[in-house]
Design a protein around this ligand. Structure first.
Ligand code: GRF
Length: 180
């Protein structure tokens, strides 16, 4: 069975969507480790619930990740830059809450993304899953889902609609990559 490592910095709802998909046999892989950006984040509780070991990011993260020989690394709401050595281990994918190449790059994370989408008057938004390279949000796009921007949307209501789509898209992309 293939091995996936997930990196997360926040509540971990995308991480949990991957745990649920793995447990339901939606792809033939096991999540072997959660790398959390720091102690106390919500994703850690979710890892405990799903019996997945947790490693808190430190200077030995690259060595720790290598021990598992992962087939795929998924950044699921991971906000820090990952070291380039991680990119040499296996394919690394990221989920971004907007339709790249628009609304990506420096400063475009969390509510900033949805604010920018609303300000630009876009009719659609939605998550993008892409390969990670050394430039933020610029790796090849794997797949996107379009969701409508509705009249009266706030950054919060739009974020919630996009997040729901993220939870479907990320497991789908993991399956697509692992099946290759
Ligand atoms: C998601 O919108 C993700 O796209 C973004 O951060 C949010 C993380 O949510 N990069 P969660 O931690 O997976 O709940």
């Amino acid at each position: 069975m293939k091995k996936i490592i997930v990196f997360a910095s926040g509540g971990g709802s995308n991480f949990e969507a991957l745990c649920n998909a793995a447990e339901a046999g939606k792809f033939n892989a096991k999540i072997v480790l959660l790398v959390a950006s720091k102690n106390g984040i919500g994703a850690i509780e979710k890892a405990k619930k799903h019996n997945i070991p947790v490693y808190i990011y430190d200077e030995n993260t690259v060595a720790e990740v290598k021990k598992y020989s992962p087939d795929l690394i998924a950044l699921a709401g991971y906000l820090q830059k990952i070291p380039d050595q991680i990119l040499d281990i296996c394919p690394v994918i990221n989920i971004h809450p907007a339709l790249l190449p628009k609304f990506g790059g420096k400063g475009m994370y969390g509510h900033h993304v949805h604010e920018a989408v609303l300000k630009a008057g876009e009719q659609f938004s939605g998550p993008t899953v892409h390969y990670v390279n050394e430039h933020y949000d610029e790796g090849a796009i794997i797949k996107q889902t379009r969701v409508p921007v509705l009249a009266g949307d706030t950054p919060q209501t739009l974020a919630a609609r996009v997040l729901e789509a993220e939870h479907k898209l990320l497991p789908e992309c993991v399956k697509q990559i692992l099946d290759k």
